[in-house]
Write a new protein. Sequence first.
Length: 385
Amino acid sequence: MTGKTDIAVILVAAGRGSRMGGGVPKQWRPLNGRPVLAHTIAAFRAAGLHNILLVIHEDDRERAAALDVPHVLGGSSRTQSVRAALEALSATPPAKVLIHDGARPLVESRVIDGVVRALDQHPGAAPALPVTDALWQGENGHVVAMRDRDNLFRAQTPQGFDYARLLAAYRAHAGDAADDVAIARAAGIPVWITQGSETNIKLTYPVDFERAERALVERQATKGQTMDIRLGNGYDVHAFTEGDHVWLCGVKVPHTRALLGHSDADVGMHALTDAIYGAMAEGDIGRHFPPSDPQWKGAESHIFLRHAAELARSKGYTIANCDVTLVCERPKVGPHAEAMRTALAQIMEIEPDRVSVKATTSERLGFTGREEGIAALATAALVRT
């Protein structure tokens, strides 16, 4: 019997989700406070599968970094994306592989386990549901024929296979295919049908999100989950140097000096980023973006803050509110405070009324009083239900 440590999971998430409409691709949209993919990853971890590989679009690298799982870049089609992931696994090949649509976040452990158990007896297995509705063929808006529904099934994922045989099948296959079962069958690999689930829906249209939200609420009510509240604080300091502006909480503020730092020295955003990391016990900016790494020299601080916010969402947390205090004699923060709130809210993808930005002086005391630099303090509250 194959142990779960010998199974790799490929989550296909490189698509753009055109049928869902414009904006953020569906696999990255929030669902009950977390990205869809965070729910999908959690479903497989709950089933005891932790060797997970994401296949993403190159535009989603920053989003993927917050999910704390390895990833590879996909291709222009599902077939190309899965092939890229299978090749990436070949360096340390697993015994079995499960391939799942990233936009199926409600997959249950019993569905996953059904595929895993079937792979002990079969080289391929996939969940499905029998077709129970009448089938019509339409033309120009009219029914023109009926189709027999006997022995027809609605395919689902994860689709599981012997890894070596599926890799060989993909390498031999030319062109694209609807799914992995199609490529397996073309290579002569028999596929066993396991029990699917009505809740294992693929998010395709906006109404699917509404259905998924209701399902998640019902699951949480059934589990009787308790609220998890986390508080974190951050503190940062940057000295003045030559220049004609400073960046504070995402806003460029004219000033007679600039702030010195490895990145853009946005002291307020750095403090807030550390507050969010701190609430999750995830260290500080330096842990995730080491200053010794030259790629972060001069980096814009919104990269750090967005990563912290996305990491929080991937762990199931909602940013309930945050509060930033800037300590300086000059420049005056008041005229820019609303713009700062708006900028921070947009970066963290939360409502502006959950963000506070204010300033104070140190009554001419200390380095801030002598106008040698600016300090910032921040607090963030995270909630997971």
